[in-house]
Design a protein around this ligand. Structure first.
Ligand SMILES: *Cc1c(COP(=O)(O)O)cnc(C)c1O
Length: 348
Protein backbone atom coordinates (compact mmCIF):
# COMPACT_ATOMS: atom_id res chain seq x y z
CA UNK A 1 0.00 0.00 0.00
CA UNK A 2 1.29 3.46 -0.81
CA UNK A 3 1.90 5.58 2.29
CA UNK A 4 -0.47 8.36 3.32
CA UNK A 5 0.70 11.87 2.47
CA UNK A 6 -0.59 13.79 5.45
CA UNK A 7 -0.63 17.50 4.69
CA UNK A 8 -3.24 18.43 7.32
CA UNK A 9 -0.72 19.94 9.71
CA UNK A 10 2.91 19.90 10.81
CA UNK A 11 1.61 18.49 14.12
CA UNK A 12 1.17 14.99 12.63
CA UNK A 13 4.87 14.10 12.62
CA UNK A 14 6.12 11.00 14.40
CA UNK A 15 9.23 11.27 16.60
CA UNK A 16 12.24 9.95 14.68
CA UNK A 17 14.26 6.99 15.93
CA UNK A 18 17.03 9.32 17.14
CA UNK A 19 14.50 11.51 18.92
CA UNK A 20 12.98 8.46 20.62
CA UNK A 21 16.47 7.41 21.70
CA UNK A 22 17.06 10.85 23.21
CA UNK A 23 13.75 10.52 25.07
CA UNK A 24 14.63 7.06 26.36
CA UNK A 25 18.03 8.21 27.59
CA UNK A 26 16.74 11.39 29.30
CA UNK A 27 17.51 11.73 33.03
CA UNK A 28 14.25 12.40 34.87
CA UNK A 29 12.96 13.94 38.09
CA UNK A 30 9.75 15.48 39.39
CA UNK A 31 9.34 18.78 37.58
CA UNK A 32 6.72 20.03 40.04
CA UNK A 33 9.60 20.04 42.55
CA UNK A 34 11.73 21.66 39.83
CA UNK A 35 14.13 18.76 39.72
CA UNK A 36 13.70 17.22 36.33
CA UNK A 37 17.12 17.83 34.74
CA UNK A 38 15.84 17.31 31.19
CA UNK A 39 13.10 19.92 31.62
CA UNK A 40 15.64 22.33 33.09
CA UNK A 41 18.02 21.69 30.18
CA UNK A 42 15.30 22.47 27.64
CA UNK A 43 14.21 25.62 29.45
CA UNK A 44 17.79 26.91 29.72
CA UNK A 45 18.48 26.09 26.12
CA UNK A 46 15.51 28.01 24.76
CA UNK A 47 15.77 31.09 26.96
CA UNK A 48 19.46 31.53 26.25
CA UNK A 49 18.93 30.87 22.56
CA UNK A 50 16.22 33.54 22.36
CA UNK A 51 17.76 36.03 24.79
CA UNK A 52 15.35 35.85 27.74
CA UNK A 53 15.90 35.38 31.48
CA UNK A 54 13.70 32.35 31.97
CA UNK A 55 11.47 29.77 30.27
CA UNK A 56 8.68 27.36 31.12
CA UNK A 57 7.91 24.01 29.47
CA UNK A 58 4.16 23.65 28.90
CA UNK A 59 2.18 20.75 27.41
CA UNK A 60 0.63 22.80 24.60
CA UNK A 61 0.93 26.08 22.76
CA UNK A 62 -2.58 26.89 23.90
CA UNK A 63 -1.52 26.63 27.52
CA UNK A 64 1.61 28.68 26.79
CA UNK A 65 -0.48 31.51 25.35
CA UNK A 66 -2.97 31.25 28.22
CA UNK A 67 -0.19 31.47 30.84
CA UNK A 68 1.25 34.45 28.96
CA UNK A 69 -1.98 36.41 28.62
CA UNK A 70 -2.97 35.73 32.23
CA UNK A 71 0.47 36.80 33.44
CA UNK A 72 0.43 40.05 31.47
CA UNK A 73 -3.22 40.88 32.21
CA UNK A 74 -5.56 40.92 35.19
CA UNK A 75 -9.33 40.49 35.36
CA UNK A 76 -10.97 43.33 33.43
CA UNK A 77 -7.92 43.98 31.25
CA UNK A 78 -7.85 43.44 27.51
CA UNK A 79 -5.39 42.32 24.85
CA UNK A 80 -5.21 43.56 21.29
CA UNK A 81 -4.99 40.65 18.87
CA UNK A 82 -5.61 39.73 15.24
CA UNK A 83 -8.99 38.43 14.14
CA UNK A 84 -7.32 35.21 12.91
CA UNK A 85 -4.69 34.92 15.62
CA UNK A 86 -4.56 31.53 17.29
CA UNK A 87 -4.77 33.01 20.81
CA UNK A 88 -8.03 34.71 19.89
CA UNK A 89 -9.81 32.47 17.39
CA UNK A 90 -8.52 28.97 18.01
CA UNK A 91 -8.14 28.60 21.76
CA UNK A 92 -11.74 28.33 22.87
CA UNK A 93 -11.74 31.87 24.22
CA UNK A 94 -9.47 30.69 27.06
CA UNK A 95 -8.19 34.11 28.13
CA UNK A 96 -11.79 35.31 28.57
CA UNK A 97 -13.06 32.04 30.07
CA UNK A 98 -10.28 31.42 32.60
CA UNK A 99 -8.90 34.92 33.13
CA UNK A 100 -11.77 37.35 32.49
CA UNK A 101 -9.42 39.04 30.04
CA UNK A 102 -11.26 40.55 27.10
CA UNK A 103 -9.84 40.24 23.59
CA UNK A 104 -9.91 43.26 21.28
CA UNK A 105 -9.65 41.59 17.88
CA UNK A 106 -8.51 43.65 14.87
CA UNK A 107 -8.81 42.92 11.17
CA UNK A 108 -5.56 41.80 9.51
CA UNK A 109 -3.99 43.63 6.57
CA UNK A 110 -3.32 41.52 3.45
CA UNK A 111 0.21 40.77 4.69
CA UNK A 112 -1.08 39.45 8.01
CA UNK A 113 -0.09 42.52 10.05
CA UNK A 114 -2.39 44.66 12.19
CA UNK A 115 -2.13 48.28 11.05
CA UNK A 116 -0.41 50.62 13.48
CA UNK A 117 -3.35 53.04 13.15
CA UNK A 118 -5.80 50.30 14.13
CA UNK A 119 -3.65 49.27 17.09
CA UNK A 120 -3.36 52.84 18.32
CA UNK A 121 -7.09 53.48 17.87
CA UNK A 122 -7.92 50.30 19.82
CA UNK A 123 -5.97 51.34 22.92
CA UNK A 124 -8.62 52.60 25.35
CA UNK A 125 -8.20 55.75 27.39
CA UNK A 126 -8.12 55.42 31.16
CA UNK A 127 -11.86 55.74 31.70
CA UNK A 128 -14.24 53.70 33.84
CA UNK A 129 -16.25 52.75 30.74
CA UNK A 130 -13.46 50.70 29.27
CA UNK A 131 -11.47 47.59 29.90
CA UNK A 132 -7.81 48.42 30.57
CA UNK A 133 -5.75 47.76 27.44
CA UNK A 134 -2.66 45.94 28.66
CA UNK A 135 -1.19 43.77 25.96
CA UNK A 136 -0.47 43.52 22.24
CA UNK A 137 -0.34 39.89 21.09
CA UNK A 138 1.08 39.18 17.63
CA UNK A 139 1.70 35.90 15.82
CA UNK A 140 4.64 35.01 13.53
CA UNK A 141 4.32 33.18 11.28
CA UNK A 142 0.63 33.91 10.89
CA UNK A 143 -1.07 31.39 8.64
CA UNK A 144 2.42 30.58 7.33
CA UNK A 145 3.13 34.23 6.52
CA UNK A 146 6.31 35.88 7.71
CA UNK A 147 5.56 39.28 9.26
CA UNK A 148 8.15 41.87 8.14
CA UNK A 149 10.79 42.41 10.84
CA UNK A 150 10.53 46.22 10.56
CA UNK A 151 6.81 45.88 11.25
CA UNK A 152 7.45 43.85 14.42
CA UNK A 153 9.80 46.58 15.62
CA UNK A 154 7.33 49.38 14.89
CA UNK A 155 4.28 47.63 16.34
CA UNK A 156 6.03 46.62 19.55
CA UNK A 157 7.61 50.08 19.94
CA UNK A 158 4.16 51.62 19.58
CA UNK A 159 2.76 49.21 22.19
CA UNK A 160 5.61 49.92 24.60
CA UNK A 161 5.24 53.69 24.14
CA UNK A 162 1.61 53.28 25.24
CA UNK A 163 2.54 51.19 28.27
CA UNK A 164 1.39 47.86 26.83
CA UNK A 165 3.20 44.58 27.25
CA UNK A 166 3.96 42.57 24.10
CA UNK A 167 3.59 38.83 23.49
CA UNK A 168 4.49 36.83 20.41
CA UNK A 169 2.72 33.60 19.63
CA UNK A 170 5.77 32.11 17.95
CA UNK A 171 4.33 28.63 17.53
CA UNK A 172 6.26 28.65 14.23
CA UNK A 173 9.00 31.10 15.25
CA UNK A 174 11.70 28.95 13.66
CA UNK A 175 9.79 28.81 10.39
CA UNK A 176 9.62 32.61 10.49
CA UNK A 177 13.34 32.78 11.31
CA UNK A 178 14.13 30.36 8.46
CA UNK A 179 12.21 32.48 5.94
CA UNK A 180 13.85 35.64 7.28
CA UNK A 181 17.30 34.05 7.16
CA UNK A 182 16.80 33.08 3.52
CA UNK A 183 16.50 36.81 2.75
CA UNK A 184 19.15 38.24 5.11
CA UNK A 185 21.64 35.40 4.74
CA UNK A 186 22.08 35.38 8.54
CA UNK A 187 21.89 32.31 10.76
CA UNK A 188 18.40 30.95 11.52
CA UNK A 189 18.97 31.07 15.30
CA UNK A 190 20.20 34.64 15.08
CA UNK A 191 17.03 35.61 13.19
CA UNK A 192 14.89 33.83 15.78
CA UNK A 193 16.61 35.85 18.49
CA UNK A 194 16.12 39.11 16.58
CA UNK A 195 12.39 38.45 16.23
CA UNK A 196 12.11 37.47 19.89
CA UNK A 197 14.01 40.58 21.00
CA UNK A 198 11.03 42.76 20.04
CA UNK A 199 8.77 41.11 22.64
CA UNK A 200 8.38 40.80 26.40
CA UNK A 201 7.33 37.17 26.04
CA UNK A 202 7.16 34.50 23.40
CA UNK A 203 5.69 31.01 23.12
CA UNK A 204 7.24 28.48 20.76
CA UNK A 205 5.74 25.11 19.74
CA UNK A 206 8.05 22.11 19.75
CA UNK A 207 5.36 19.86 18.30
CA UNK A 208 4.82 21.67 14.98
CA UNK A 209 7.55 21.82 12.35
CA UNK A 210 10.21 20.97 14.93
CA UNK A 211 8.74 17.49 15.13
CA UNK A 212 8.55 16.81 18.88
CA UNK A 213 5.51 14.73 19.95
CA UNK A 214 4.34 17.15 22.67
CA UNK A 215 5.13 20.51 24.13
CA UNK A 216 5.75 24.22 23.88
CA UNK A 217 7.99 26.64 25.71
CA UNK A 218 7.16 30.08 27.02
CA UNK A 219 9.99 32.60 27.50
CA UNK A 220 10.13 35.91 29.35
CA UNK A 221 11.59 37.69 32.35
CA UNK A 222 12.18 35.78 35.61
CA UNK A 223 9.23 37.56 37.21
CA UNK A 224 6.95 36.85 34.26
CA UNK A 225 7.87 33.16 34.20
CA UNK A 226 7.28 32.90 37.97
CA UNK A 227 3.75 34.15 37.37
CA UNK A 228 3.26 31.88 34.35
CA UNK A 229 4.48 28.95 36.46
CA UNK A 230 1.71 29.56 39.00
CA UNK A 231 -0.90 29.74 36.24
CA UNK A 232 0.43 26.59 34.59
CA UNK A 233 -0.09 24.75 37.86
CA UNK A 234 -3.62 26.15 38.16
CA UNK A 235 -4.36 25.08 34.58
CA UNK A 236 -3.27 21.53 35.38
CA UNK A 237 -0.01 21.77 33.47
CA UNK A 238 2.33 20.81 36.32
CA UNK A 239 3.76 17.59 34.89
CA UNK A 240 6.00 15.21 36.80
CA UNK A 241 8.71 13.23 34.90
CA UNK A 242 8.14 15.60 32.00
CA UNK A 243 11.77 15.35 30.96
CA UNK A 244 10.89 12.38 28.77
CA UNK A 245 8.97 14.90 26.64
CA UNK A 246 11.32 17.83 27.14
CA UNK A 247 14.21 15.71 25.83
CA UNK A 248 12.37 15.45 22.52
CA UNK A 249 12.13 19.24 22.46
CA UNK A 250 15.83 19.67 23.17
CA UNK A 251 16.61 17.16 20.45
CA UNK A 252 14.36 19.09 18.05
CA UNK A 253 16.11 22.38 18.82
CA UNK A 254 19.47 20.73 18.16
CA UNK A 255 18.62 18.76 15.04
CA UNK A 256 15.37 19.93 13.45
CA UNK A 257 15.81 23.69 13.13
CA UNK A 258 18.19 23.67 10.18
CA UNK A 259 16.02 21.29 8.16
CA UNK A 260 12.93 23.56 8.17
CA UNK A 261 14.09 25.09 4.87
CA UNK A 262 13.38 21.68 3.29
CA UNK A 263 9.73 21.94 4.36
CA UNK A 264 9.58 25.42 2.88
CA UNK A 265 11.04 24.17 -0.40
CA UNK A 266 8.40 21.41 -0.55
CA UNK A 267 5.56 23.88 0.05
CA UNK A 268 6.95 25.95 -2.83
CA UNK A 269 7.21 22.83 -5.02
CA UNK A 270 3.53 22.12 -4.33
CA UNK A 271 2.50 25.71 -5.08
CA UNK A 272 4.44 25.69 -8.36
CA UNK A 273 2.93 22.36 -9.32
CA UNK A 274 -0.58 23.69 -8.81
CA UNK A 275 -0.12 27.27 -9.98
CA UNK A 276 -1.15 26.79 -13.58
CA UNK A 277 -4.28 24.71 -12.90
CA UNK A 278 -7.55 26.42 -13.84
CA UNK A 279 -9.98 26.78 -10.95
CA UNK A 280 -7.21 27.25 -8.40
CA UNK A 281 -5.81 30.40 -6.88
CA UNK A 282 -2.52 29.55 -5.22
CA UNK A 283 -0.83 31.83 -2.70
CA UNK A 284 2.97 31.63 -2.92
CA UNK A 285 4.00 30.25 0.48
CA UNK A 286 6.57 32.05 2.64
CA UNK A 287 7.13 28.97 4.79
CA UNK A 288 5.59 25.50 5.18
CA UNK A 289 1.89 26.34 4.82
CA UNK A 290 0.22 26.62 1.45
CA UNK A 291 -3.27 28.08 1.06
CA UNK A 292 -5.25 27.41 -2.08
CA UNK A 293 -8.62 28.89 -3.02
CA UNK A 294 -11.02 27.30 -5.45
CA UNK A 295 -12.40 29.90 -7.82
CA UNK A 296 -14.94 30.18 -10.65
CA UNK A 297 -16.83 26.96 -11.39
CA UNK A 298 -14.57 25.06 -8.97
CA UNK A 299 -15.55 27.29 -6.04
CA UNK A 300 -18.01 24.91 -4.38
CA UNK A 301 -15.90 21.79 -4.90
CA UNK A 302 -13.58 21.91 -1.90
CA UNK A 303 -15.30 19.14 0.11
CA UNK A 304 -15.40 17.01 -3.03
CA UNK A 305 -11.70 17.65 -3.70
CA UNK A 306 -10.69 16.83 -0.11
CA UNK A 307 -12.70 13.61 -0.29
CA UNK A 308 -11.13 12.67 -3.61
CA UNK A 309 -7.65 13.31 -2.23
CA UNK A 310 -8.42 11.23 0.84
CA UNK A 311 -9.44 8.27 -1.29
CA UNK A 312 -6.02 8.65 -2.94
CA UNK A 313 -4.15 8.68 0.36
CA UNK A 314 -3.61 12.43 0.52
CA UNK A 315 -4.91 14.39 3.51
CA UNK A 316 -5.47 18.16 3.70
CA UNK A 317 -7.85 20.51 5.49
CA UNK A 318 -10.33 23.10 4.27
CA UNK A 319 -12.08 24.90 7.13
CA UNK A 320 -11.75 28.42 5.67
CA UNK A 321 -9.50 27.75 2.67
CA UNK A 322 -7.75 24.63 1.42
CA UNK A 323 -4.58 24.20 3.43
CA UNK A 324 -1.54 22.01 2.78
CA UNK A 325 1.24 21.87 5.36
CA UNK A 326 4.66 20.33 4.80
CA UNK A 327 6.79 18.79 7.57
CA UNK A 328 9.48 16.22 8.28
CA UNK A 329 7.30 13.24 7.39
CA UNK A 330 6.59 14.48 3.83
CA UNK A 331 8.99 14.15 0.91
CA UNK A 332 9.15 15.33 -2.69
CA UNK A 333 7.56 12.11 -3.96
CA UNK A 334 4.57 12.72 -1.69
CA UNK A 335 4.24 16.29 -2.90
CA UNK A 336 4.36 15.12 -6.50
CA UNK A 337 1.64 12.57 -5.76
CA UNK A 338 -0.52 15.37 -4.35
CA UNK A 339 0.06 17.52 -7.42
CA UNK A 340 -0.77 14.62 -9.74
CA UNK A 341 -3.97 13.75 -7.85
CA UNK A 342 -5.24 17.34 -7.84
CA UNK A 343 -4.52 17.55 -11.56
CA UNK A 344 -6.53 14.41 -12.25
CA UNK A 345 -9.41 15.72 -10.12
CA UNK A 346 -9.72 18.87 -12.22
CA UNK A 347 -9.24 17.08 -15.52
CA UNK A 348 -11.85 14.42 -14.83
C1 LIG B 1 -0.74 25.16 17.05
C2 LIG B 1 -0.69 26.58 17.45
C3 LIG B 1 -0.88 26.97 18.77
C4 LIG B 1 -1.30 26.02 19.87
O1 LIG B 1 -0.66 24.87 19.95
P1 LIG B 1 -1.32 23.56 20.61
O2 LIG B 1 -0.12 22.86 21.10
O3 LIG B 1 -2.05 22.88 19.53
O4 LIG B 1 -2.21 24.01 21.73
C5 LIG B 1 -0.77 28.29 19.07
N1 LIG B 1 -0.52 29.20 18.12
C6 LIG B 1 -0.34 28.88 16.84
C7 LIG B 1 -0.05 29.93 15.85
C8 LIG B 1 -0.43 27.55 16.46
O5 LIG B 1 -0.27 27.23 15.17
Amino acid sequence: MTPIVDLRSDTVTQPTVDMRNAMTAAPLGDDVFGDDPSVNTLQEKIFSLLGFEAALFVPTGTQGNLCAILSHCQRGDEYIVGQFAHCYRWEGGGAAVFGSVQPQPLQHQADGTLSLEDIEAAIKPDDAHFARTRLLALENTLGGKLLPFEYLQKATQLAKSKGLATHLDGARLFNAATAQASVTGADVRKEARRIASCFDSISVCLSKGLGAPVGSVLCGSREFIASAHRIRKMAGGGMRQAGVLAAAGTYALDYHVDRLSQDHALALRLSEGLAWLPGLEVETPHTNILFVDLVGSAKARSAELLHYLKTNGILATGLYRLRFVTHLDVDAAGIDRAIAAIKVFFEA
